[in-house]
Design a protein around this ligand. Sequence first.
Ligand code: RB5
Length: 157
Amino acid sequence: MSRRVKIAVASDHVGWALKAKVGDYLRSKGFDVEDYGPTTPESVDYPDYAEKVAVSVAAKGADFGVLVCGTGLGVAIAANKVPGIRAATCNDTISAYFARAHNDANVLALGGRLADEATARKIVDVWLSTEFEGGRHARRVEKIAHIDTRNHTERSR
Ligand code: RB5
């Protein structure tokens, strides 16, 4: 029996409503969804929630992450500070397609101010049905990993 694909989700207060809708949509499609919060729409700081999802994905506790803030920018910037994370802000399906096909992105960042529920569903569908193409793109993604390694090691010396 194959394991269900696991998706870690989180948001800030601006992305809270869309995060809940996307989580429900993913569950309805049979994905195993772990919600890292917040659980209420009170104001929170997006880096705190972006880090939870990023750490889960980087540690292979989840296959993918979905983060939602106002624009999808802040959560992606924060998530990308975790080594191994390739978070991509996608508020359209073309970005979602190439983020997976060329960048092997492992965290999808959505903007609650920019994508409505119907658009978010389409973005998620494209994201989850698009495979990384590998080949020359694998070489480039490896170079991204080397940037992580070089700079984290150099700074901690
Ligand atoms: C919160 O006001 C807002 O800054 C946040 O949701 C996000 O858009 C940041 O990138």
